[in-house]
Design a protein around this ligand. Structure first.
Ligand SMILES: NC(=O)c1ccc[n+]([C@@H]2O[C@H](COP(=O)([O-])OP(=O)(O)OC[C@H]3O[C@@H](n4cnc5c(N)ncnc54)[C@H](OP(=O)(O)O)[C@@H]3O)[C@@H](O)[C@H]2O)c1
Length: 484
């Protein structure tokens, strides 16, 4: 099976922060891959913009290096690399200054799609919006792409939204949550709404509970100072885990269209109950053989910021009443693994008797590594040993099922940037969604700050703090093992 590539129309894309880490690791390699796939027309223009002084040749050399480092296997055809680099130019611009804008205006073509990627600190979003407008560069048809973190609480998110809304309509703003660009995340919608098999069972009557895990093996490393101001709740739960939760819990939208999908997601966020203190577990990793402790890495022995969090969450509506959603995410854990696990209830009665064994169906949606889905079903153990039941996985690893194209699935950023050019906002967060997510998050953070709760220390390379295991044990459940 070969993935179909539908070329996008001609565009001008300006990457503010074009010399930054995200541009080097994701945006430029992502654009290159889409170019190689034949999705980007040769006439398209990509303009890097940042304060550093360099010319177009300098930016091409910078990008060549980035591609060699982050997309080495795609650089074998030197001719293709050079053809891609020929699409690049560069303008030195300070988001807060007035130099360079006229030059940028001269590079933009009025008759093609115009997109501005704000890959800079959020504090600069307002400045960029104002100057793009003030210098007459942005038009009513221009699109802007903004990166996370979109605020650190409801008030700051509102301010960012207001700052952008002064110059751009909601239809022009693309707020990135790269989890939404992952193939499996979109497949979650395909599985739910493209089959008759699951949707009738997708509710509290048949689903015992749901687990969402995003586990990392690395610590905060060089990001310590930044991370310590946010923590796992702000950095991961408020955006990525919340988005996954929405896609699992939402009602079927009437169509796969940006507002229909986002309306349903918003309803889920608004239906979330506040979380009781005993349903929140926060942790900090200790020092291990291969690295310092969280407190050492952030350089503050009194920090109470969490590098791990687990929560038991209730979606208070008819569909989910009584089915808890357990969310957990953390650093320096046993394995790097992201997955959604839907644990169905056991059959109400076993006709085979208790000795035969019984268990529940489990649908596992793996985001990384090895994107794919597994459905655990119960069958008879083969052989003459009588009627004994065992669980076997119905496995749909994309790499196996889809062959070559399953192995070469575009990175989330590639897909999302192409969606910007296509003008499709379905996989981007709407302003009210982001605000609703902060409105739910803020009181939880304020609660543990007021109680002066301290995170529980956990050993690196484990499943996180003991209390996180207890969060499920006391409900008679257990987390799935963390394994890569
Ligand atoms: N890196 C990631 O993996 C990642 C992941 C998710 C989200 N993000 C978000 O993406 C954004 C960029 O992250 P990053 O990691 O690429 O940051 P970074 O490595 O620090 O790069 C920042 C970029 O902004 C430019 N810049 C700084 N001040 C500027 C100004 N006043 N005017 C114009 N350009 C300016 C810098 O170039 P000059 O110094 O030359 O101006 C550089 O190109 C941030 O909002 C970050 O939170 C990053």
């Amino acid at each position: 099976m070969v993935a179909r590539v539908i070329p996008v129309e001609d565009f001008d894309l300006v990457i503010f922060g074009g010399t930054g880490d995200l541009a080097r690791r994701k945006i430029l390699p992502g654009l290159f891959h889409r170019y190689l796939a034949g999705q980007i027309p040769r006439e398209a223009r990509i303009v890097g913009a940042a304060r550093s002084e360099m010319d177009a040749e300098g930016y091409r050399a910078f990008t060549r290096e980035a591609l060699q480092e982050f997309a080495p296997n795609s650089c074998k055809d030197g001719g293709q690399v050079e053809a891609f680099l020929a699409m690049l130019s560069y303008v030195a611009i300070d988001a807060r200054g007035d130099g360079g804008w006229t030059e940028l205006a001269g590079l933009m073509r009025p008759d093609v799609v115009q997109a501005f990627y704000f890959s800079v600190a959020p504090a600069l979003f307002g400045d960029l919006a104002e100057r793009l407008h003030g210098h007459g560069i942005a038009t009513e048809a221009s699109r802007i792409v903004v990166e996370k973190p979109f605020g650190r609480d409801l008030e700051s998110a509102r301010q960012l939204n207001r700052g952008l809304a002064e110059y751009f309509t909601e239809e022009q703003i693309y707020r990135i949550d790269h989890y939404l660009g992952k193939e499996t995340v979109q497949n979650l919608m395909a599985v739910r709404f493209g089959n008759v098999l699951f949707e009738p069972l997708w509710n509290a009557q048949f689903v015992d509970h749901i687990q969402v895990t995003v586990a990392e093996t690395v610590g905060v490393g060089g990001r310590g100072e930044y991370y310590d101001k946010s923590g796992a709740m702000r950095d991961m739960v408020q955006n990525h885990l919340m988005q996954l939760l929405c896609l699992i819990a939402m009602e079927p939208p009437s169509k796969f269209d940006p507002d229909a999908v986002r309306d349903e997601k918003l309803k889920v966020i608004r239906a979330l109950d506040p979380v009781a203190p005993e349903d929140i577990v926060r942790g900090q990793y200790r020092a291990g053989e291969d690295g310092p402790s969280y407190l050492e890495e952030v350089g503050d022995p009194r920090s109470t910021t969490e590098s791990f969090i687990a929560l038991k969450v209730h979606v208070a509506n008819w569909r989910w009443n009584g089915t808890p959603f357990y969310l957990r995410t953390g650093k320096r854990l046993r394995a790097r693994m992201s997955e959604i696990v839907v644990v169905f209830k056991e059959p109400p009665h076993s006709i085979f008797g208790d000795d035969a064994g019984r268990s529940a169906n489990i649908l596992t949606i793996r985001l990384q590594p090895d994107e794919g889905m597994t459905l655990q079903v119960t069958i008879k153990e083969p052989g003459p040993g009588g009627m004994r039941l065992i669980d076997v996985p119905l496995d749909m690893s994309f790499a196996e099922a889809l062959g070559e194209s399953g192995n070469q699935m575009p990175d989330a950023y590639e897909r999302l940037i192409m969606d910007v050019v296509r003008g499709n906002q379905t996989l981007f967060m709407r302003g009210d969604e982001v605000e609703a997510a902060w409105a739910w998050t803020d009181p939880l953070i304020a609660g543990w700050e007021a109680r002066r709760d301290k995170p529980q220390a956990y050993h690196p390379g484990t499943n996180g703090p003991e209390d996180s295991l207890m969060l499920l044990h006391r409900d008679g459940r257990r987390w799935r093992d963390l394994e890569a």
